[in-house]
Design a protein around this ligand. Structure first.
Ligand SMILES: Nc1ncnc2c1ncn2[C@@H]1O[C@H](COP(=O)(O)OP(=O)(O)OP(=O)(O)O)[C@@H](O)[C@H]1O
Ligand SMILES: [Mg+2]
Length: 443
């Protein structure tokens, strides 16, 4: 404490008074929702998940839907969001667990027609067409659902809030209102969100922090394959992927998608190479195809489909420089089969071998599968989960593999050659002119 004669602010003498110790500001107490309890005494049953009945979705969710969970299913227009959720809603609905599907985009009759087409009629599935959240909450009161589907969050609006439906403010308010109801009543809630290719429409992105689970629904327009990937999951791991086949009869889970991404043929053709990708934790056997053709253009064409453009350019440059595969004056096309996307570095070796095979016009053996990342110096680098990948390839009848060094133990009925650089890998691949594909075991 020291004496101050003159105020530093207004320069007046004797104006400074002692005020004593500063007082703490306090917050008034309010009612608690439930008394704090020792953690061991809290009943975990309330957060136990319940399977939806769609296995591939349950796999991604980590078992099923927990009461009160709020899931955002984000995807591009037309990818199949409504179809999937109608199927889930119908399968989930029982007399004890009624389901409410609210559509803001289609009429009830349109949804009914879709339900007929994809066999999603259930007496316990209730349908409402609304765009006002207040009205949705009224339906929730009436139906008392265990699962609420809102298709889509961008078409809903809260009347008290300014701004058009789909705007950031509205989307946030709509989600907050629905989340509050979901948590209060323990209703599992799935919100549909539209995103464009670059994810630029603000809607779903601003919701990612608010919801418990964010699922990304992916698929190419020209293919029937659909993948559901968890980007965030408060109740489970994020490393699982659900695979679906979207057809006229609806959306069907693919428990074993591996064989889809291969071309079954008796005689091997030049320019194809099989690899095993990891989709989440699941190994998926897939084929890379390449075509190398003499170019008449000043700048030869490089085109890829289903692969990462930048990685393919890098692999082509490495293949040309380090493995002396001549690609100048040649158009190079690379693609995957069946609409699968291979963006992992582990598919590099397959791209390089497919291109080398196409350039030499020599087929690789039919029973050969390869995995490995290719580095700029032409080295073949280790990748994750080689044992799991090769076990899956062996299950599908592949008998020989090229893999990076120190890849762990090989499956019993597979011969694995460890390769450390690309030149060595290409030489090993062509050494065996014929390695037939074994008939896959029936299980
Ligand atoms: N009558 C039909 N017969 C066969 N296939 C159909 C039919 N109607 C729709 N489809 C297919 O189902 C796909 C998925 O439609 P769905 O409405 O589920 O997608 P969505 O993601 O909900 O689209 P949106 O973003 O417009 O809401 C369509 O792209 C179309 O290929
Ligand atoms: Mg839809």
């Amino acid at each position: 404490m020291k004496w101050v004669g003159r105020c530093g602010e207004c320069q007046a003498w004797g104006a400074v008074e002692e005020i004593g110790a500063p007082r703490l500001r306090t917050v008034a107490t309010s009612a608690v929702t439930a008394a704090a309890q020792p953690i061991g005494e809290i009943d975990p049953e309330a957060a136990r998940s319940r399977p939806t009945g769609v296995d591939e979705l349950d796999r991604v969710l980590g078992g099923g839907l927990v009461p009160g969970v709020v899931v955002l299913l984000a995807g591009e227009p037309g990818v199949g969001k409504s179809t999937l959720l109608l199927d889930v809603a119908a399968k989930f609905a029982t007399p004890q667990t009624p389901t409410l599907y609210v559509t803001g985009e289609e009429s009830r009759a349109q949804v009914r027609l879709r339900a007929d087409r994809v066999s999603a009629l259930s007496p316990n599935l209730f349908l409402a067409a609304e765009t006002d959240v207040g009205a949705v909450l009224k339906h929730v009161d009436d139906v008392a659902p265990q699962l609420l589907v809102v298709d889509s969050v961008q078409t809903m609006a809260v009347a008290e809030v300014d701004g058009a439906a789909g705007g950031v403010t509205q989307v946030r308010q709509v989600a907050s209102a629905l989340i509050a109801v979901a948590k209060e009543r323990g209703i599992a809630t799935v919100l549909v969100g539209h995103v464009t290719k670059d994810g630029s429409i603000a809607g779903p992105r601003v919701l990612e922090h608010l919801v418990d689970v964010v699922l990304q629904f992916e698929g190419e327009r020209h293919s029937r394959l659909r993948l559901v990937r968890a980007i965030k999951n408060r109740y489970g791991a994020c490393d699982e992927v659900g695979c679906f086949d979207l057809g006229e009869q609806g959306i069907i889970g693919l428990a074993d998608p591996s064989g889809l991404f291969l071309t079954r043929r008796n005689d091997p053709v030049p320019g194809t190479c099989v690899t095993v990708a990891l989709e989440g934790r699941r190994p998926v056997v897939a084929e890379v195809q390449a075509l190398v053709a003499r170019s008449s253009l000043a700048t030869p064409r490089r085109s890829t489909s289903g692969l990462d453009n930048a990685r393919v350019s890098m692999v082509l440059a490495v293949t040309e420089r380090r493995a002396e595969v001549s690609l100048h004056n040649a158009d190079v096309f690379t693609a995957t089969v069946g609409g699968v996307r291979l963006t992992e570095p582990a598919s590099d070796l397959a791209v390089a071998l497919a291109v080398a095979s196409a350039a030499a016009d020599r087929p690789l053996p039919a029973g050969l599968v390869v995995v490995g990342e290719v580095g700029l110096a032409g080295e073949v680098r280790p990748v994750q989960g080689v044992e799991r990948r090769l076990a899956e390839a062996a299950r599908l009848g592949f008998t020989h593999a090229l893999a990076p060094a120190h890849s762990g133990s090989a499956p019993a009925d597979m011969q694995v050659t460890e390769v450390d650089d690309l030149r060595h890998a290409i030489a090993s691949a062509f050494r065996h002119a014929v390695i037939p594909l074994r008939r896959p075991s029936p299980n």
